[in-house]
Ligand binder design. Structure first.
Ligand code: SF4
Length: 260
């Protein structure tokens, strides 16, 4: 028996050419629709009910009541070790960084001591952290720059911190907030997710979310807002399975897919 291929089947069929074309086009349209259907919903600024100042105040009052003095989880001894810990934490977990720095900071808690330790020995201390070769190079270079340009102290302005090797905007925000009490908002993966999901500060980039959060969060909460949002994202508003049922702000959250 002759093998019937798709081509011969179409040729043999009595379906007129135009109709056949239309039929052939259908599966493509269906595939498009189904892809759309599985695409996760995102909160778009124009489609959500805007937060009122009273609601935002309520959210942060609840965070404050639950945890009046939140702490960052990166272990450090002074502004310098905080700066080094933040530089080491890029694309690594706080727990992983702490494991390495506990011993490192016993021998090198100032820029001079870090330089004396040297890049090779520093690498040994931090080799369990991702990208440790580049990070070791940066930590030695930033220690040298702190000594030559800033008298061995961590500077207090964003531009100066960002001028240090390995330090970007997020590093500057963390250091300014935790070491010097500035009202900055460091946006990591957790803050980015929470800002978008809740609808508090939707944005396509960390900078958009940072500026959005700074705009809406009342000054009285800004010192701790960064930690409340990180901890909320890390322990409650989890990436894959947010724990909406135990979430403090589930009645106010604007995420269309929240589970309560
Ligand atoms: S209700 Fe759910 S999605 Fe909204 S903030 Fe809480 S945990 Fe996250």
């Amino acid at each position: 028996m002759a093998k019937i291929t798709r081509k011969t089947a179409v040729r043999k069929s009595s379906v007129p050419k135009k109709k056949a074309k239309a039929k052939a086009a259908k599966p493509a349209r269906a595939a498009k629709t189904s892809l759309k259907a599985i695409k996760p919903k995102t909160v778009k600024p124009k489609t959500i009910k805007p937060w009122t100042p009273a609601e935002i105040h309520e959210v942060f009052s609840r965070f404050r009541k639950a945890n009046p003095a939140p702490k960052g989880e990166l272990e450090h001894l002074n502004p310098f070790t905080l700066l080094v810990a933040v530089v080491l934490s890029a694309q690594a977990t706080d727990a992983g960084v702490n494991k390495a720095t506990r011993e490192l900071f016993q021998v090198a808690d100032t820029p001079q001591k870090m330089l004396d330790l040297g890049e090779e020995r520093l690498r040994d201390y931090i080799k369990t952290i991702g990208l440790y070769r580049t990070k070791a190079k940066n930590v030695i270079a930033l220690s040298a720059k702190l000594l030559t340009d800033f008298g061995g102290e961590v500077p207090r302005t964003r531009a100066e911190i960002e001028s240090l090797p390995g330090a970007g905007r997020k590093t500057a925000n963390v250091v300014l907030n935790m070491a010097f009490g500035a009202h900055t908002m460091a946006v990591d993966t957790h803050v980015f997710r929470v800002g978008n999901r809740t609808g508090l500060a939707p944005g396509k980039t960390p900078l958009e979310v940072e500026l959005g959060l700074e705009k809406v969060i009342p000054a009285e909460f800004m010192l701790h807002a960064h930690h409340w949002l990180i901890l909320h994202g890390r322990y409650t508003c989890l990436s894959r399975k947010p724990r909406c049922e135990v979430c403090l702000i589930n009645d106010l959250c604007r995420w269309p897919e929240k589970t309560v």
